[in-house]
Design a protein around this ligand. Structure first.
Ligand code: ZN
Ligand code: ZN
Length: 181
């Protein structure tokens, strides 16, 4: 049974970017994944998942909430949820995260505010890389020492820009062996 991925915008209303993202993911994923797009742009910033003193989303709580909303109620087994969140996120002990994958919940999120720039093409590319990175974690990959690989860990936007929107050959073969198991 092939994996299904639902992209869920959270306060992210730019449909053009979302359609582009889905097309790119289909082209770049080395394994078969059905990518579905939800066009219900939910807003979560009034809930307990937002820290009003830091003006940041609590990334663990957002993942848990998306898991509760979709995985347990709406989505079939073997489906993955990826929330694209217009805002900034953090986890305890870190100032911010670009994204957070919780494979045990089959749920991940990517936070777009630190990826923003006047260059629209660059902004899109950054979102694509971070979505591919978190999806790689959901599919069982860890961080990759290859700085060009999309699975390399990024601590800053310049590190995001340094990596390519592709999985390196080592990560591709890992992905293939995990997803065919
Ligand atoms: Zn990572
Ligand atoms: Zn790699």
């Amino acid at each position: 049974m092939r994996a299904k991925l639902l992209i869920q915008p959270v306060g992210f209303n730019d449909r053009g970017t979302l359609y582009w993202l889905v097309g790119e993911l289909k082209r770049r994923l080395p394994v078969e994944v059905d990518v579905m797009l939800s066009l219900w742009p939910i807003n979560l910033d009034h809930l307990e998942v937002f820290d009003w003193s830091r003006m940041q989303f609590k990334a663990v709580k957002v993942n848990e909430l998306l898991h509760r909303l979709f995985k347990e109620v709406l989505m079939p087994r073997r489906s993955l949820i990826l929330g694209l969140v217009a805002g900034d996120g953090y986890v305890e002990g870190l100032n911010f995260v670009f994204g957070l994958a919780m494979p045990e919940l089959s749920t991940a999120t990517v936070y777009t505010s630190r990826l923003e720039t006047g260059d629209r093409q660059l902004y899109h590319l950054r979102i694509l890389k971070e979505v591919m990175h978190e999806l790689g974690h959901l599919l069982g990959l860890g961080h990759c020492p290859n700085r060009r690989c999309v699975m390399s860990f990024s601590n800053s936007v310049s590190e995001v820009d340094l990596k390519e929107p592709w999985f390196c050959p080592v990560c591709v073969s890992k992905l293939k062996s995990v997803t065919s198991a």
